[in-house]
Design a protein around this ligand. Sequence first.
Ligand SMILES: O=c1ccn([C@H]2C[C@H](O)[C@@H](CO)O2)c(=O)[nH]1
Ligand SMILES: [Zn+2]
Length: 151
Amino acid sequence: MSVSALSVSALSDSQIEDLITQSLAARENSYSPYSKFRVGAALRTTDGKVFQGCNVENASYGGAICAERTAFVKAVSEGHRRFVAIAVSCDFNSFITPCGICRQFMNEFGKSLEIFFVNDDRTYKRAILEDLLPFAFGPEDLPDNSEKQKA
Ligand SMILES: O=c1ccn([C@H]2C[C@H](O)[C@@H](CO)O2)c(=O)[nH]1
Ligand SMILES: [Zn+2]
């Protein structure tokens, strides 16, 4: 485990509990007839708003969208770009960690995002995105990015 993963959470205990509750609830709307693997996510913005997401699968299997990206797309499309933490849970009794595509997707909005991997019994593990995606390629690696961000 890296040093940053051991640092104290920016969230209070009750904020963590709320995020856990919302990620578990978000699984209920999962559309996963193919994998039958229901995933829920709850994403907290810096101004305290929480967006829920679930995985949404497709008959063309590659078209599936993970719970994490659903939550991010909902938040960003509502005008939010600054995030503190995301909690993720599945209904298989284990801790779930975001897939590689989601790690890259989330990195766009900051590598210090806290990620809570939530178990069915509400126990959790915690990491920082940077630990899950070291040496990431991000917006700062593109030339003239400040202009692009304004667009
Ligand atoms: O972190 C993850 C991992 C997987 N899935 C979804 C994608 C697919 O619908 C199903 C099986 O991979 O779980 C997520 O939503 N989040
Ligand atoms: Zn994913």
